[in-house]
Ligand binder design. Structure first.
Ligand code: ADP
Length: 294
């Protein structure tokens, strides 16, 4: 059946109120999906589409949004429905009108992210795998954070790079870093905190009332420093944001060193997705991290 008729029927079934599409606007797309805004009967929805093979990715995104919402700490778009139709996978979300941060917005984001990070699990990981960009992200539970970061994060991305034919220095020096990981955690015991998982500036915004909103997550329970590190990787978060976060939930001094360990995961992922200069960046980060070890 036609994609947009199925989407409308699916919205009607999920919301319990008849829905037909009066207007559909392209909302551009991120790097991965196409995005649309649907309007009808005074209601609006945000819809992402992609090839049918991406339905599990949308399912994991919807689950991640529900997990974040269950913390009650910060606003996320509510998932409405998802499915396959007309040769596409679709995910329908509550539409949120974004606005400027407004006075105190950055502080609220810092405070609410800290509150999110106070939602804990018994172990590191999540009850399902998801994706980071379009790359699989493995979340099998582990009681040991260092093992988790070694095997399911850095080791996994290094393995993908090797499968893409990138051996040599990256693998050799990367392997050395994996062996020395415990040195970065000698005086620090991370807790399994609920993380957004892909918190760059493009995945945080403010609604019309000035409430922070985070979206497009890659959820798992892990060291909260990993979320903060990513906010620093591509910039876009203000000094007020960091001050408010630290006031609510102070950081260990070792964060300054570990943040490269956490951002290396995203740089390796960018190399695996896009290639190019990310390889040199990853190698420089590994060299700098190895220089911190004995
Ligand atoms: P992708 O998965 O393709 O990266 P995103 O989830 O990042 O897509 O969404 C792309 C853009 O659409 C975002 O940068 C944001 O501006 C906007 N957007 C995302 N979710 C919503 C929503 N629920 N309501 C309104 N706009 C949204």
């Amino acid at each position: 059946m036609d994609l947009w008729n199925t989407v409308a029927e699916s919205i009607a079934a999920a919301s319990g109120a008849p829905f037909s599409v009066a207007a559909r606007h392209s909302a551009g797309g991120g790097c991965i999906n196409q995005a649309y805004v649907l309007e009808g009967g005074g209601r609006r929805y945000f819809v992402k589409t992609n090839g049918t093979e991406h339905l599990p990715m949308f399912d994991a995104e919807a689950d991640g949004l529900r997990e974040l919402a269950s913390s009650g700490a910060i606003r996320v778009p509510q998932p409405v429905c998802l499915g396959n139709a007309g040769g596409s996978a679709f995910l329908v979300l509550e539409y949120i009108e974004f606005a400027a941060a407004g006075r105190g917005g950055a502080q609220r984001l810092g405070t609410q992210l800290a509150a999110l990070h106070r939602s804990n699990a018994a172990q590191f990981g999540w009850r399902r795998d998801n994706t980071i960009g379009a790359t699989p992200q493995i979340n099998t539970w582990s009681g040991d954070w260092v093992d988790f970061w070694r095997e399911r994060r850095l080791g996994y991305q290094l393995g993908l790079a090797a499968a893409h034919g990138c051996g040599g220095r990256l693998q050799r020096e990367g392997g050395k870093l994996l062996d020395r990981l415990p040195q970065f955690f000698a005086n620090y015991l991370p807790l399994p905190s609920l993380l957004h998982g892909d918190l760059w500036g493009g995945n945080a915004a403010f609604d019309a009332a000035g409430h922070p909103v985070i979206f497009d997550p890659a959820v798992y329970y892990g060291d909260r420093e990993a979320d903060l590190a990513m906010t620093e990787l591509f910039g876009g978060f203000s000094a007020d944001f960091y001050a408010a976060y630290r006031e609510s939930y102070p950081l260990d001094p070792g964060y300054a060193t570990r943040k490269a360990l956490y951002n290396l995961y995203h740089v390796l992922n960018h190399f695996n997705l896009f290639g190019g200069g990310y390889l040199g960046q990853a190698e420089r980060m590994i060299a700098a991290l190895l220089a911190e070890t004995g």
